[in-house]
Write a protein that binds this ligand. Structure first.
Ligand code: MG
Length: 383
């Protein structure tokens, strides 16, 4: 049974943010703001399912942003945030969760502890609001002059995710449909239900302006971890009419010999990717003794490694492949190789580099007995 569902409200247009894209689809590091936000919820052990309310015009942006993430089907939002939340809640009527968290798409740094606090408070109260104490002295101003000092005692800044018992918040949203209330706890306040104040965090800020996005970039750089690993592979040249390198078939007087398609470049790349998350090597994941990999296209090895990285909350920063051979010439195929590798890993092409070198006629590659490849991969892991 689904106990706790998180509903992320991503239907806004973000007019204060400027630019062509709504802020939730802006890039923050290697992924969109929305993807960061969703991954925090998906990876939380007490959240059983996560869904999004989106703007119908953003369907393509959304599909792009959430690729590969386990999510409920998205729901189209309404004219106001309140309408959007109501439509999102109504979409959960069949699932009937006990608890629901309602979260802003543009708050990518809700910590596990903050989410824990909200969910735990719902065991004793109908609502829970993460918030931070107002520390600055507050002034009321008019026409550029101070009019008054506002006592800050007992004042808090409200954040999200705000937590509710599903039945209560659905009923409140249906009752107050059409009214403009700025956050969801306000609806519960209207019907007189108690809402617990739980610890929020300064890092759990909402990205509203370009300046906020820069602050988020700095935070990401400070909290994330970049890991780099290498891979190396060799395959022997034998009978054949083509070689497969970086997923591209290149006509040649010989072929590469191996259990799979013997794509040394993708094998080295797969090992580099696996190395970034300590996930062993290609032989452990795809044993040559296993008949199902006979003649297999090596795309699936590399895409499997990329998927493992994403499942661990990581994103590929860049990969760099060097092919070592006298022939065939790699130059004419380099662009196609970059495009192919970017496609396999689902990253932008400027994150993929393919290079080639000879060994000046020396060694096994120099004698044309085989082709070697080495690869480096860097990934960014959220910590
Ligand atoms: Mg190999």
């Amino acid at each position: 049974m689904v106990k706790t569902v998180a509903l992320v409200v991503a239907a806004g247009r973000g007019r204060r943010f400027g630019g062509d894209l709504p802020k939730q689809y802006a890039k923050l590091g290697a992924r969109t703001v929305l993807r960061h936000t969703l991954m925090r919820l998906i990876s939380h052990p007490a959240v059983d399912a996560v869904g999004c309310v989106i703007h119908p015009d953003d369907r393509d942006l959304y599909e792009d942003a959430v690729q590969g993430l386990p999510l409920l089907a998205p729901v189209n939002g309404g004219a106001t945030r309140q309408d959007s939340v109501r439509l999102g809640l109504q979409s959960l009527c069949d699932a009937k969760p006990d608890k629901v968290l309602i979260h802003d798409a543009a708050r990518p740094f809700a910590s596990a502890a903050l989410i824990d606090g909200v969910i735990a408070a719902l065991d004793t109260q109908p609502g829970a609001l993460p918030c931070v104490v107002v520390a600055d002295t507050l002034k009321r101003g008019r026409d550029g002059l101070i009019e008054d000092t506002v006592p800050r005692e007992g004042l808090y800044r409200a954040q999200t995710p705000q937590g509710f018992r599903f039945e209560d918040i659905l009923k409140a949203h249906e009752q107050f449909a059409g009214q403009e209330l700025t956050d969801d706890t306000q609806l519960l306040e209207r019907i007189g239900l108690d809402i617990a104040l739980t610890p929020g965090a300064e890092d759990n800020f909402k990205i509203t302006t370009q300046e906020d996005l820069m602050r988020a970039e700095r935070l990401l750089a400070a909290h994330g971890e970049t890991r780099t690993a290498q891979g190396f592979d060799v395959h022997r040249l034998g009978d054949g009419t083509f070689v497969t390198l970086c997923g591209i078939e290149i006509p040649h007087s010989q072929g590469l010999v191996g259990h799979s398609d013997a794509d040394v470049a993708l094998h080295a790349l797969t090992d580099a990717l696996l190395g970034t998350v300590g996930a062993g090597d290609i032989g452990q994941h795809f044993p040559p003794s296993d008949a199902q990999w006979k003649g297999a296209s090596s795309d699936q090895f590399a895409s499997h490694a990329a998927r493992l990285i994403r499942e661990r909350g990581g994103e590929i920063v860049n990969v760099d492949i060097t092919l070592i051979c006298e022939a065939p010439k790699i130059g004419p195929h380099r662009t196609a190789m970059v495009t192919k590798v970017a496609d396999i890993l689902n990253v932008d092409e400027d994150r993929v580099s393919v290079k080639a070198t000879t060994t000046e006629g020396l060694g096994f590659t120099g004698r044309g007995e085989g082709i070697a490849a080495q690869a480096l991969a860097s990934v960014r892991l959220a910590v």
